[in-house]
Design a protein around this ligand. Structure first.
Ligand SMILES: [Zn+2]
Length: 271
């Protein structure tokens, strides 16, 4: 059993992550990590994919089929399952995550910081601006981990999506931001692994050179899944193509939390 951090980097493309995130690449190359390619579920939009990743079911089943569907999740999901198992949950994330798992619609003031054991996300720190600096969010997540030692934490930066939508994916701004995320995460990943966290890094969708996503092209749907387990060797670059639907059961299995029947996919083999 391990604690788990899911780093959901919004709009982190597979090819750009593999080409520009050198610390993560080092861990893969040294077989300290396992890398898969995810051909993302559809539509390649944010709110539907946040729910798909956390419920392990596709958008036509969970019903969050567009960013405009603003309501709480009605399916078993990672946060609810972990909280029901009497474990501690936390998130440093965009406010749509608060709407899916805590309360909708979002109140900018009341919901910004939550420390409430009755909520699915017990320790939540949320932001509403797409250009909110990732480094500030990473520090917030690191603080939550030092202070509350959550069993499950979601870290959800928006920087790749912001730079991709502003400058397009074929831009120095988008590519350089992947380098920055990797650079900022490297020492944090070291600290968290020393505290026995398993860590996953993935994206909700990709983005194309027009700065758009939502469609079916490889640029819009292919994202990485990097997996690191403390004191356990990884498999390196597996070359395997997997589904977003496998993330939720994999995380619950690592946490030793019962996997809801609705999560029909098998957990991934990480070592
Ligand atoms: Zn997104």
């Amino acid at each position: 059993m391990s604690k788990v951090i899911l780093i959901l980097s919004d709009a982190l493309r597979y090819d750009v992550a593999v080409a520009n995130m050198g610390f993560l690449g080092h861990l893969v190359e040294s077989k300290l990590a396992t890398l898969f390619k995810i051909v993302g579920e559809l539509p390649s939009m944010s709110r539907p994919m946040y729910e798909t990743i956390h419920t392990g079911v596709p958008s036509s089943v969970h019903g969050i089929v567009a960013n405009s569907v603003v309501r709480r999740s009605s399916m078993p999901n990672i946060f609810r399952s972990v909280a029901e198992a009497k474990k501690v949950t936390a998130a440093a994330a965009y406010y749509w995550v608060s709407e899916l798992y805590n309360r909708a619609p979002y109140d900018r003031i009341d919901d910004k910081e939550t420390d409430d054991g009755s909520l699915s996300i017990q320790h939540g720190r949320f932001y509403t601006e797409d250009d909110y600096p990732d480094i500030e969010l990473f520090v917030t997540a690191a603080h939550l981990i030092r202070k509350f030692s959550p069993d499950y934490l979601l870290l959800h930066p928006m920087g790749m999506d912001y730079h991709g939508e502003t400058y397009g994916s074929d831009s120095k701004e988008y590519r350089n931001h992947a380098i920055h995320q990797d650079m900022w995460l490297a020492p944090l990943i070291q600290e968290w692994m020393e505290h026995d966290y398993s860590i996953f890094v993935t994206g909700d969708h990709g983005i194309n050179k027009d700065g758009a996503h939502g469609g079916t092209t490889p640029e819009q749907r292919e994202v990485p899944l990097f997996c690191f387990q403390p004191k356990v060797k990884g498999r390196g670059d597996t070359g395997e193509i997997i589904s977003h639907l496998q993330i939720a059961p994999t995380i619950l299995k690592l946490l030793d939390v019962p996997i809801p029947e609705t999560m029909g996919q098998k957990p991934l083999s990480l070592d």
